[in-house]
Design a protein around this ligand. Sequence first.
Ligand SMILES: [Ca+2]
Length: 227
Amino acid sequence: MLNLQFVSKRECILFEGVTFHGDTADKVVELLSNSGGCKQDKKCNNNNEDSEEEEQGPCTANSIYIIVVKRPSDCNDLDKSTCKSGIYKIYPEKTSGFNVFCEMKKYGGGWTVFQRRMNGKINFYRNWESYKRGFGNMEGEYWLGDAMKVHQNGKKFTTIDKDQDAHKDNCAIIYKGGWWYGACHESNLNGLYLKGSNTTYGEGVNWYQWKGLKYSLKTTTMMIRRS
Ligand SMILES: [Ca+2]
């Protein structure tokens, strides 16, 4: 049986060790969706007027007739040797699929990126609904919707309009972000993009253990991979 890994129409498709790109990949997908086997593939029916048995007989050499389509449930399902870092459609359980940026090279590849800061173009000081929906641009700064479900030391996610932290006030408002705050934070990667040293205390894109709370990181990427 041939094993075909369906990645996405415009990216790459692994087919028994062969990778198709671009238009070719689209054609293969078209073939698959049209045929689902050779019975409906006209190329297979060389003897249309013959018996049913023959119509359903073996396909010609250039047709595909045994197909296993597997959609990636996350970036770790993509083929690391053929798929480059970029935007792919993934199909986690109970979803109809959505696009994400997959990091396929660094740290072993197969990473689903759910947060990225790089230039301050996107405002991260947002409400719960916005974090739930996701925002930004996958090629640039973005937050992948529903990523709050990622657990950070058992803490819940707090936004300006949903206080789930351990502080008497709302840490998201105090520190200008949305985060898994305790009371309040040692990291604040969704804080204000203040680009390096600044005069605020804990309002920037902070990672306390590394650069302290008066230094705002210039680039961050948060990503997750199934173990
Ligand atoms: Ca609170």
